[in-house]
Design a protein around this ligand. Structure first.
Ligand code: HOZ
Length: 429
């Protein structure tokens, strides 16, 4: 594969954009080399500026559940755009998609749309604080809930990829209200709750972690969090930015049958357009302005283009629930193929998978939390990443991200991916 034009574009970008990118993980810093500039995408494939075709396992970090440039989504956006692109006024389609989301996701009565997962999580925490009258929050090391101040404490994803899980610019005052627990370790949570009795507003968690690679919850972990919250008047927030409408129509709440008090969503709810949302029961949502005192707002919130893309995508997922099973089967097939290819050459690895999320950790130990995820061999990951790229397969340029499987991926694409891994496995030793 040749990446001349991408490198030229990257050099130009660096003159006018910090690091040449608008989100750090894209810069390839942790894997080396220049990032690839994408020209267009269709179905399971990316087409870059050098004319290469790549099988995509990032899928805009999750939302392309039906594949890129999915026709009903694209057509919905085109038709909407012809009628104007932003009004800062209510539109009927907002109610349509809200009603659909409320019917798909368990345990919510109302939903508020925002513009990103970051905004959704930030607003959910404000709502939890306003509702409970308490200030502290518990988050888990390696979980990433966007880049707002309260969450950049031992954050995963790009923050850990670039060694700044605690970012400068976050004040001590903010940091002291974020308490840190260990994923899949209920004891670490009860210790914090006991030490901060009546001070904790909420526990926010990725119910399936996707920002330290994919890490599913251990048996009883989410149920345990639910119990702790119930016993101490703490709200449980599920950050379903990656998992919502992906692991099941109703996300992890449905898949694993555990209820959260507030759920947050990201780009998936806009079919890949800039959007996010948070949702809860009436008693909590009615605390939001204009009904209640907790303020939250945005001109582009409920933007008609994002709503039309989201409505097209969610409608299709709602009408074809068999998609979730088919995605899980494809992911299991890929898992088996990757395992066999790596085992054949004795490459130390652990594969985590749930539904249509999967990741390969280059470590022999079970990967259950941030510490075990960080044990992975990054040199092996770098070789793996570049080997995959050379063979036309695009995975996230960081070991701390999940792969996402789409409906557009065929078994032939999966076989091509497995064949590439078989080819590069001997180079990983
Ligand atoms: N932090 C995002 C994934 N967990 C990456 C965002 C991006 O670069 O688009």
């Amino acid at each position: 594969m040749i990446y001349k034009r991408s490198s030229v574009l990257f050099a130009e970008a660096q003159k006018v954009i910090p690091g040449g990118v608008n989100s750090p993980v894209r810069a390839f810093k942790s894997v080396g080399g220049d990032p690839i500039f994408v020209k267009k995408a269709k179905g399971a494939y990316l087409y870059d500026e050098d004319g290469n075709e790549l099988i995509d396992y990032i899928n805009s970090w999750g939302p392309m559940i039906l594949g890129h440039a999915h026709e009903p989504v694209v057509n919905a956006v085109i038709e909407k755009a012809k009628q104007g692109t932003s009004f800062g006024m209510p539109t009927e389609i907002e109610t349509e998609i809200a009603a659909l989301a409320v019917s798909m996701v368990p345990n919510i009565d109302k939903i508020r749309f925002v513009n990103s997962g970051t905004e959704a999580c930030m607003s959910a925490v404000r709502l939890a604080r306003g509702y409970t009258g308490k200030e502290k929050i518990i988050k888990f090391a390696g979980c990433y809930h966007g880049h707002s101040d309260s969450f950049l404490i031992q954050a995963g994803s790009g923050a850990v990829t670039f060694g700044s899980p605690n970012s400068p610019g976050v004040t001590q005052g903010t940091a002291k209200d974020t308490l840190l627990a260990t994923y899949n370790d209920l004891k670490s949570v009860t210790t914090l709750v006991k030490a901060n009795e009546n001070e904790i507003a909420c526990i926010i968690v990725e119910p399936v972690a996707g920002n330290m690679g994919c890490i599913p919850p251990s048996e009883g972990f989410l149920e345990g969090l639910r119990n702790i919250c119930d016993n101490h008047d703490i709200l449980l927030i599920f950050d379903e930015v990656m998992t919502g409408f992906r692991l099941a129509a109703g996300g992890v709440q449905e898949l694993l049958n555990v209820n959260a008090d507030i759920v947050t969503f990201g780009k998936v709810i806009g079919g890949g357009l800039p959007v996010g949302a948070f949702a809860s029961r009436n008693e909590i949502m009615n605390h939001l302005a204009p009904l209640g005192p907790v303020y939250q707002a945005g001109t582009l919130s409920g933007n008609p283009l994002a709503m039309s893309a989201g409505l097209a995508m969610l409608s299709e997922l709602n009408n074809k629930p068999e998609i979730f099973l088919s995605l899980a089967e494809k992911t299991a097939y890929l898992h088996q193929g990757i395992s066999e290819a790596l085992e054949q050459h004795q490459v130390k690895h652990t594969i985590n998978r749930i539904g249509s999320m999967i990741s390969v950790h280059f470590s022999e130990q079970p990967v259950i939390d941030f510490a075990s995820a960080a044990e992975g061999n990054n040199d092996t990951f770098k070789k793996f990443f570049h080997g995959m790229l050379a063979n036309g397969i695009y995975i996230a340029p960081s070991a701390f991200e999940s792969w996402f499987i789409t409906d557009a991926l065929s078994y032939a694409d999966l076989d091509k991916t497995i064949a590439a891994i078989r080819k590069i496995a001997p180079t990983l030793l």
